[in-house]
Every structure is written in C-alpha cells, then in structure tokens.
Design a protein around this ligand. Sequence first.
Ligand code: ADP
Ligand code: MG
Length: 777
Amino acid sequence: KIVTEKVLRRRSQQLYDQQLSWQGSPEGRKMMQFRKSLPAYNEKNAILTAVSENQVVIISGETGCGKTTQIPQFILESEIDTAHGASCSIICTQPRRISAISVSERVATERGEQLGESVGYKVRLEGIKGRETRLLFCTTGILLRRLLVDRSLKGISHVIVDEIHERGMNEDFLLIVLKDLLSRRPEMRLVLMSATLDAELFSCYFNKAPVLCIPGFTYPVQTRFLENILEMTGYRLTPYNQIDDYGQERAWRVSKQGPKRRKSQIASAVEDALRTADFREYRKETQDSLTCWNPDCIGFNLIEHLLSFICENERPGAILVFMTGWDDINSLKEKLLAHTILGDPTRVLLLTCHGSMASSEQRLIFDVAPDGVRKIVLATNIAETSITINDVVFVIDCGKAKETSYDALNNTPCLLPSWISKVSAQQRRGRAGRVQPGECYHLYPRCVYNAFAEYQLPEILRTPLQSLCLQIKSLKLGSISEFLSRALQSPELLAVQKAIEYLKIIGALDQNEELTVLGQYLTMLPVEPKLGKMLVLGAILNCLDPILTVVSGLSVRDPFLMPIDKKDLAEASKSQFSRDYSDHMALVRAFEGWKYAEKEFAGYDYCWRNFLSVQSMKAIDSLRKEFYSLLRDTGLVDSNANTCNGWSHEEHLIRAVICYGLYPGVCSVVHNDKSFSLKTMEDGQVLLYSNSVNARDSRIPYPWLVFNEKVKVNAVFLRDSTAVSDSTLLLFGGSIMKGDVDGHLKMLGGYLEFFMKPAMAEMYMNLRRELDELIQV
Ligand code: ADP
Ligand code: MG
C-alpha cells in the first residue's frame, strides 16, 4: 500500500510539473489567458474554500461562465497541488452523452493533454480513461449504474452533478441516492451546478448547503414574437377559437392589414409558410384572410425565409436555430442545402448540433466562420445550457422541445415534442447576447408564450408514474413509495399507489412488487406500459407491422382532423377507413394509404382529401422506426431482420394485441332497440367521443369495447376504441405471461360477473384458468 501511495505521489508530482511547463508554453499561456477571462475564474478561491469547508456546495451561474469546464479543473488542480492529490478522484456527471464527450475533450485541450491522461470520459458503450485519470466526465446514467454495484462509491473523492436546473429524472434519482450516501462517506464532497438561480430548493434539500453565485453578463436582446414577425410583413395575427368536444383549442387567423402595403420578402415568406401543409394542419382561405388551425408545428418555410432574410439584410453574426429534434434538424438541413444562398458553402457555413452527432462534427460548432461567411447552427435544446456557441447574434426559437426521457439506465430520448417553459425561452433568447447586442425571433405568438409554464415541471413529476415505478424496480432501489417519498419533489402518495396497483393488474409487477418477465421487457421500452405491452405481444404474435402503426399513432396527436366547419365531411371520411369497429384499425388503414400515396409523391394530396394531418403521418412513420429499433434491442425481434416484412395483418390478431394492451380499459356494449349504450364497472354509463368510428354505428356486433383513454367532462367520454369479442377479452385481458395469474383472474372475473350471467362467467373463468395453466407449462 505504501509503495502504491509513493507511486501515486510521484505521478502527482509529474502531473504538476507537466501542467507548469504547459502553462509556460505559448499555446498554454494563451489558453490560461482565456480561462482567466471567464467569470468563473474570479470565484476560484471562493469556490475552493467552500468545497473544502462544506460537504455539499451549490454553484449557479449564467450559461457560458465556465462552470462545466473550469470548476472540475479548479478542484483537480488544487488537489494535485496539495499532498492529497495522490488519491483524488473526481466524477462530473452530464445529462447527455454529447456534453460528457465534448466537455472532456475541451478540458483535456485546456490542459494541453490527450484524453485519457488526467481527464477522461465514459458514456454508454464508449469511453476513454487511463490509469492516471483523476477527472472523469460521464452521463448521469453511468454513475447510476455504478451505484448499483458500488453503493458507497469507493475511492471517489468528489461528485459533481452538472445542469441540475434541468431537473431530469436521472439527476433527481441520483440526488436521492447521493443524499443517502453522504452520511456514510463524510469525507466525500458533492458539488451541484445550475444555470439558473433557483438554487434555494437544492440548498434546503441538502440541509442548507451554501449557494455560490457566479455573476454573469449578457447584452440586450431584441425580442420578436410571431405577430411582430408578421407585422414586419403586413399581416396581422388574431386568435380564433376552435371549439371541440372537450373545450377550447386555440387557432389563429392571419389577415392582411391593408391592400396598399408593400410586400416585403418576409411577407411572401409568411404567406408561403401559411400556405404549406407543415405550418397549418388544415386551411381555409377567404378573400383576404388565412385561418390556420393548430400552428404548433412551425413551417420550415418560415425558418428558411427568415434565415435568408437575415443573411441578406442583417449585420454579421452567427445564427442559432432551436429545433425540436434530430429528424427535424435533418429535414430542414436538406431543404436549406437546396436553397441558392443558404446552400452555398462560400456564403453560409451550415452546421448541426444535437445529441447523436459525431464528435468530429461537434468541434466545428465552436469554430468561427471566415469573413463574409455566415455561420448557421441548427440545434436541439442542447444548445440552451449545455453547449455554448460563442459568436451567436441571432436566435430563432421554434418554442418546442422533445422532453427528455425517463429511461434512467439507457438514456433513450423520449418521443414527443412539447412547448418549452418561460425559463427555457429566456435561456434561448440569452444565447443571442453573448458577444454583442442580439436579436431573437420566437416563432409563436406572445400569448402562447404567456401561457408557457414558468419552469419546466421536473421530469419526475411529469413522466407517467407507472413508467417511473418500473424504472425504480429495474434500478433495484427498493420499495417504490418509500424511495419516491425521499425525492426533492415527490409525487403524491395516492398516485404512486394507484400506479403500483395498475402495474399489478397488467402483470408488470407481481404481488411483492417485483418485476415480472413482462415488466422487465417494459422497462426496456420508453413508452407507456400499455403501448409497451402491445409492442411485446405484437412481436410475439408476429403482427408487428400494424401494431407499430397503432402504437405510434397513439403517441402522436390525433392524425384525423376535425375542422369545425367541415365536421361531417371529416367524420365521414374517417369512417371510410373503418370496416371493423375500431379506431385503431382505421388509423392503420389511413397510414397504409398514406405510405402508398407517398411512394407516388401524392402524400400531401392524400392527406388533404382525407382530412389527415401530414405532420402526424410523418411522425408516425419515424416513430415506427424508433420503436422497431427499440424492440430489436430487447431481443424480441430478430436483430438481423431490417424491415417489417412478413408480418401478419390478420384482423383478429391485431384486435387481440390491442385488447392485451388496453386492458383494463374495458366497457361492455348493451344493445337496446335501435342503438346501444356503454357501461364500465367504475363509471356506469359512458359515452363515445364523437369522432370515434364506433359512435357512427347504431349496432356493434361485439359485446365489449377496449379503449385507450377516459376523459371526464360533464359525462365520461371514451377516446379511441376497438370492439372485441368475449373470447378475445377472456384470452388477452390481463397478463398472459408468467405473473400473478390468480390476481388477474379475480380481476377479470369481476368484470365478467359484473356484466354476465354468473354461470356463464364461471364457465369462462374455468376456461381461462385452464389456458393459463397450459401457458405456464
Ligand atoms: P458553463 O458550464 O458555465 O455553461 P462552460 O464551462 O461550458 O460554461 O464554457 C465556458 C466557456 O468555454 C464558453 O463560454 C466557451 O467560450 C468555452 N468553451 C467551452 N467548450 C468549448 C469548446 N469545445 N471549444 C471552444 N470553446 C469552448
Ligand atoms: Mg455547463
């Protein structure tokens, strides 16, 4: 032990000497000068003192002030300087892979080293780390995994958790575990870093830990919302209410302000944008007004024209465009490359910045474009706080982001874009004012902004609890409700209990709250358990192709559009897709029709004729691929098979899989003279949402409907239903995998007895019991 200590100490001395000589070299001196110019550097001593005197310290500071790159280095350097250096080992977690890699590269460069000397990184399936590595950047998921096998983080002297303001699920998870650990490891230090000033909450959680603020500075940024952008063009945007069955959904009317106004370039851009399907889901044109419903997917056209407007008319400076995700970025990039100015590499340097890009591509973002060339970066919300691009003067903000995932181990991205928070919008705007006064274009109206949440709700409170419970189990964190009660902000106990109960009913947890085989598969699929169940059974029963469409369709906004003034036409159009009393199967048909039309380049026309949303169709198409690759990772489908060919489209099979997923969402169909009524066990009489294909029929030749969702307004409405037979419900209601068979039977029996003659129910139950026994064998 003494020998190793000596070796380590000698190595520390070497590291120290090496740094000294690097800092004396010309590049090293330049780098030190840069580092010293960062706001964090002024606080170096205060930070080091706080860290040595307190077990937990919270540091907040404006994005770009040097938290991520400098603070771990301060600690490393001070440890190397002192005798303790021999044994220091610092872990700094990042919410995303890309920032773990790029930050470690940057820090190594700042120290004149290669990666793998004193600085390294580790992300899933990848990493560079040497024997001498003292500072390791990793994803939060990696540290969680390590905690699974090494509960007390032996040998780690400092844990730094970065970007805690994002309140990601992994980070909140990690804090619960670390809080436990602190008392067992009194010499270990914990540093939390945040880009926003709401550090009080964290301070309270950690026993009034001290908060250090690094003062920052940004130049003023001129802000324009959609109506201001339109005003520049002679158009006016007014709200226009579209009423649906549940209440109100906003829509907008854009009208010309006066015929005499000169038409600028932007004016035609806006007009174009409004005319194309990707801005509006449905259009209605009168003489001088355009009405657009649901403008929540902003047209690429508008962005394209704004970009070319800035390139041609505005002063120099890089443009940063915030998009929702990788697929959007790619499609926009393709479009821009075909543009005369934007696609010309002698005039524009077009770059992308998202979580899954290669690190060689990553470095380019930080380069300054040559004179006369405009740098444009298309980025996800990763550029909001994790990555700082220095020369940005213009920001275009689409207002949406794909929310981060709940898959704690695999860090798989979640799938749906949604509106960002006010704080995020401010962060995005702030990116424009780092080097000089800047400009920000928000591609949504101010009143939409006003309705944004103040902060993003922490992920732990916004992801479905059922999935959260499954994650806790897969991480082996003990009792679900006990664990969650110790979170920074805990979900309500009753909601947790309900979620656990649901998971038992569907067969994901057994009576002792342990994961069943089905449950284990579900933790690998970052979707709601009911959708996960459909994927699993769809793969097993070899009918995955239609099931991928059903599941993707349930994950996006309803693709069937119901404009108020053409409701009848739209409903009739939907029912032509349905022959089998199923909204889900109607969707499959509509999608398959679209796929076919797309091949002939008539996809847009097809949607237009059939009241379908092009955006939703495209989203379904890309989700199908994502789900398929997730399923391949689970091993449920052959990893060599690339396509969905050879899958069955047998109607009863699909019905069975849908039933398996949606159970216990079941209601019984009671026929009267001319029509039917619906009943569930909990609510009694329920009604169908008017755009359901089943609402248009007066007879349903099946005794049951399984449904996707219940919505309570003045009555209880069911959304998206599929009719199923006795035998389908009997065989596929509940779990057919090894689980709590008796429990399911009791539950299912409850349903049957409630709606049937007892003798009949008993017969069915025996049948099911026999079948289950058969399956168990
Ligand atoms: P924070 O974590 O406080 O947001 P960082 O430590 O990430 O700030 O970055 C501090 C500064 O270092 C940034 O303003 C940027 O100028 C610079 N920087 C960070 N990463 C790189 C890089 N890979 N290449 C060049 N400069 C970088
Ligand atoms: Mg940072």
